[in-house]
Design a protein around this ligand. Structure first.
Ligand code: NAD
Ligand code: DAU
Length: 353
């Protein structure tokens, strides 16, 4: 038995692969294009582990995918691959349309071809799990209830619009072709292996480098934070027990304004790695121009997942953020590789030689 994951060299995908290998004996085939966000250094501990098979490639490659599926006969495909950074989607939406929409379409078609040719029992067991985001639901005002699975889709950024489109495709492939799909819509993740373009890792690495900590606008935008390992456990739970065609919201019940997050990171660094001049890292906070179209608040109502599948996060924000800051302090080499771009040389050496 095996499963195929796409985007398994990214932040959440790499955490998922590492947890999968730690928690199961099942083979995991990892298809990743290795864009700037894919980092094989995150999977260095699996280099000689036959349970993990890495393949560099694009989810939209309709020659490669049928070959890979036929060769490995996975019982499930988990689609993590995406362009994921909102700011990049504002500067250049093209890659987001290409991977998140066209790529998902092509992947669905490859998977449909594979699934339709399976023997009936394997066909019944098969699952396509699509990893999506709470951003598809748009922005909440302070008094609105948290997003439930029944909220209407109101995406506001090129990123969230492309993810919303991919969710619709997945839904349509279920209703029209009967493809056995599951979709998860999760809130903001944080934890180890997070690329330092996103809020929390950027604040940690900038603070340690003595650089400004750029807070957009008034810093009062609210996000609902979930420790990445909890997202991974939710995906495993939905894969095993989710109802076909259903979507499950995943969240940590941890709504916090950005400025509070940044102050918490600074306080933890003050405690664990105090600045040599005795000042707080919070003195590096700098308010900068707001993100265009910036969503004000996200919040996830994760009761369906808890009620139907018994899932709950293991970490509180306090335990998760402490582990995260400690991980960045203990993994200076990983951070330095990302910052220098050296992690990309590995790819050139390994795949282009
Ligand atoms: P990431 O940007 O860290 O990683 C994305 C990975 O996908 C990279 O390894 C990249 O190389 C790969 N990739 C990109 N385009 C590809 C293509 N065309 N073919 C194959 N591989 C490709 O993203 P992440 O933060 O790990 O997010 C993973 C998934 O979870 C995404 O679908 C994202 O929308 C979703 N999500 C993320 C969060 C979050 O807070 N990070 C929250 C909810 C949902
Ligand atoms: O909600 C889930 C989404 O969370 C995922 O679908 C996305 O893939 C993921 O990138 C994340 O999107 P956000 O835009 O919420 O994450 P980001 O870390 O970019 O920003 C978090 C908040 O912090 C947001 O309100 C913008 C703000 N911010 C971000 C950066 C990078 C700053 O104030 N300063 C910054 O430098």
């Amino acid at each position: 038995m095996s499963v195929l994951i796409t985007g398994g060299a990214g932040f959440i995908g790499a955490n998922f692969v590492l947890d999968w290998v730690a928690n199961t004996d099942e083979k995991i085939i990892n298809l990743d294009k290795l864009t700037y966000a894919g980092n094989m250094a995150s999977l260095a501990s699996l280099q000689n582990n036959p349970q993990h098979v890495f393949v560099q490639g694009d989810i939209g490659d309709d020659k490669l995918l049928p070959k890979l599926l036929a060769e490995h006969q996975p019982r499930a495909v988990l689609n993590f691959a995406a362009e994921s950074h909102v700011d990049r989607s504002i500067h250049g939406p093209g890659d987001f349309i290409e991977t998140n929409i066209v790529g998902t379409f092509r992947l669905l078609e490859s998977v449909r071809g594979y699934w339709q040719a399976l023997a009936s029992e394997a066909q019944q067991q098969f699952r396509f799990l699509h990893v999506s985001t709470d951003e598809v639901y748009g922005s909440l005002s302070p008094q609105d209830p948290a997003f439930s699975e029944n909220n209407k889709y109101e995406p506001n950024s090129p990123y969230s619009a492309s993810k919303a489109a991919s969710d619709h495709l997945v839904r349509a492939w279920h209703h029209t072709y009967g493809l056995p799909v599951l979709t998860t819509n999760c809130s903001n993740n944080y934890g180890p292996l997070h690329f330092p373009e996103k809020l929390i890792p950027l604040m940690i690495v900038n603070a340690l480098a003595g650089k400004p900590l750029p807070v957009y606008g008034d810093g009062m935008q609210v996000r609902d934070w979930l420790y990445v390992k909890d997202h991974c456990s939710a995906i495993r739970r939905v894969l095993e027990g989710g109802q076909l065609g259903e979507t499950y919201n995943v969240g940590g019940w941890n709504e916090k304004p950005n400025i509070e997050i940044v102050n918490t990171v600074c306080a933890l660094l003050d405690e664990m790695r105090p600045r040599s001049d005795g000042q707080s890292y919070a003195t590096q906070i700098t308010y900068v121009k707001d993100r265009p179209g910036h969503d004000r608040r996200y919040a996830i109502d994760a009761r369906k997942l808890e009620k139907e599948l018994g899932w709950k996060p293991a970490e509180t924000f306090e335990t998760g953020i402490r582990k995260t800051v400690a991980w960045y302090l203990d993994n200076a080499e990983w951070v330095a590789n990302v910052q220098s771009g050296a992690y990309r040389e590995w790819v050139t050496k390994q795949y282009k030689a």
